[in-house]
Design a protein around this ligand. Sequence first.
Ligand SMILES: [Zn+2]
Length: 441
Amino acid sequence: MRTKSLPLVVLLAHVMLLGPARAPAQQQPSPTQVTAVRAGKLIDVDHSRVLTSQIILIRGGKIDAVGANLAIPAGAITIDLSNSTVLPGLIDCHTHLADGSQQGNIDPIYQLKHTAAEMALESVPNARVFLESGFTTVRDVGVYRALTDIALRDAIAKGYIVGPRMFVAGAYVTVSGGAGAMTGFAPDITLPWDLRYGEANSPWEVRQKIRLLAAAGADHIKILSSGAVLTHGSNPQSQEFTPEELAAAVDEAKHFGLRVASHAHSPEGIKNAIRAGVASVEHASLIDDEGIALAKARGTYLDMDIYDEECIQEEGKNGSMTADFLEHDRNLGETHRQNFTKALHAGVKLSFGTDAGVCPYDRSVNQFAFMVKYGMTPMQAIQSATTSAADLLGKSEILGSIAPGKYADVIAVTGDPLADIRTIEHVNFVMKEGKIYKQPK
Ligand SMILES: [Zn+2]
């Protein structure tokens, strides 16, 4: 953006010839402009209840007041959602929006055939689709091409492109050849720096990578403490990193005020991560009773992506998923879902995370119905993607519910998601920070 250096006379000529310059795509309403949303029903996730005939007053991208009898100031823009159910914007705590097209997520070798610029630009539609399906915030947990997620986050924040508010990891912190590493190519191939950015093989290497990531602008650290499903040569049952390395990660991240999310499928990988003090365990597919008790005792979130097995097996049926990935997945799927139910009944904190990118981006919303199928009430499922997700991010003061002082992230559906959770698969109104991105047609 170089307009700042244009001489005034050039700017004036520009305005006279072409009219006022077009507003940037995501210009926020002016700080003094008030917007009033009339909500027929409002899901109050903070108090597990539904309020009716509410008015939400919004100013400067934040919520000013919520109530049944608020006076709407003169000059306010009014949005009528009196026939809809209004909810806080959803938060997905496990996405991969910046790995390019979905193919880039499914098979990491795709990365070797595309430049970093291609990967970043291919990711632009992912962000839009995600926002339009109702997710106003994501916790993005890793990219193969290091730092493309930071570029995507900043492009959205600056209004160059449309997407959810992103919190990003910058890269995967992984052992060499591990679950977050690029694998599947000949050993005498040397990868470019950004495809091996997060590899670390000792506590001090872990600390060094975290220092680099913090300096590069990461919002949290993603480490991998077991093998993976979608990595060639990886065994989801294995453990990666030693307890000492994991403890170093949590300690070093803390120096920068960052939390750690650990990918883990295997029971030992999960428990090692919890004992090290991570904020969340991702997947937690094969968690055992001891792991569930530990998560409960330590207040560790489990971020269990129980829907995406549907997509992996579908890809298998149409031949676009490799045999080794299918084999990894087949053994995990049902156990994963049963363990979700166990963890729920044990009272473990559960956040909403889908591993978006494994399934197409517009299908993350489908996970709500699976969470209900496997034991949550619709209210609990919605809270996992609002209040709980905001808590996991450490952002409860600005995200997660429709309350004064928080960002005006507001979505709506026709119908009642508490009666039929699948109505949440059809979000028809999306506002992020006071700006509308989708409206009922
Ligand atoms: Zn993932």
